[in-house]
Design a binder for this molecule. Sequence first.
Ligand code: ADP
Length: 362
Amino acid sequence: MKKGDQGHLLVVDDNEMNRDMLSRRLKREGFTVVVAEDGHQALQLLKQHKFDLIVLDIMMPGLSGFDMLPMIRSEYTLAELPVIMATAKDGSADIVEALRLGANDYVTKPINFPVLVARVRIHLQLKQLSQLKDEFLRIASHDLKNPLSTILMSAHLVRDRVPPGFMMTEQFYNMLSFIVRRGEEMQRIVRDFLDFQAMEDGKIALELALINLNDVARDVVQSNSEYAESKHIILYTELDETLPQIRADGVRLAQVAQNLLGNAIKFSPNGSITYIRTNNHEGAVMLEICDAGPGLTEDDIQKAFTKYSRLSNKPTGGESSSGLGLAICKQMIDLHSGKIGVYNNPEQGATFWFSIPLGSSS
Ligand code: ADP
């Protein structure tokens, strides 16, 4: 569905007056509508366009709604393409048959328009939920597969080559570090999914305390030093030591800083420098992470903080990505009444930043 578009509907009815009236009124509700005057035309249109939902008349000469339903269901599931049948008022046998053949719902004729619109909306919402679930499963299985197979491979190697009592060599130590790193990556993906779900359900509450953003910056640099070293990336801190304290949730801000710094390392080339800066600017404290990676296109900058945004940049060390990290960061910063953003550096790379107003979140 395009932005601002309520949904792309196909209305199939052999009666011209019904067809036009339905089409006009649905368009007024913000839907885009294509009409078909019989089943054959509808099947043709289905091949040419992608529809979100069909309003289908049962009684039509030639191909009836009953004939069409099995054809539609052989191509699309109930969740992919919902069908609302228009049936006669006293046609309970027809209703049962239509639902058996694959209709999602029905309205009786003469059509009560507000009821039809309410049902169309509910089925479009269910369709969206189903898409979200599919997306979730796709990402979860794809992103967890890679780290899991490297974890298992390294674990097998270590177990097979290090008998009990054997000294730990540097090679095995490196393998164990690899297992830990990939395991932590998987943990982060799972945590991202759970956090995101909790935020969608409005279940994240901040635990506010007086904190210093410099402490957050130092912690996150410390915990990423090994990861940065593995890609020969230098983490260079420039902290404003006069930074005032803020009332904020230190754990959540650390999570945001972790995501931004993790991304900077993830998308930067080996041997580059990433700067971590703090400053006190216009009544807010700010953390900036400035990398020497590929930067972002204008289009990607627009989409960066929306969920599941798989943008053009790919990790430089085979790491996985869920496309949820920045969306979570935005929500965490919104909860603090702060701001978050990104811009491209004049020379190279991107700077991701967030700021928390002084005296907010009290
Ligand atoms: P993930 O990193 O898990 O894919 P994010 O929401 O954190 O999810 O990031 C979304 C996308 O934004 C990334 O896939 C990447 O294309 C882009 N991106 C994020 N940070 C950077 C960065 N520092 N440099 C370049 N691209 C980035």
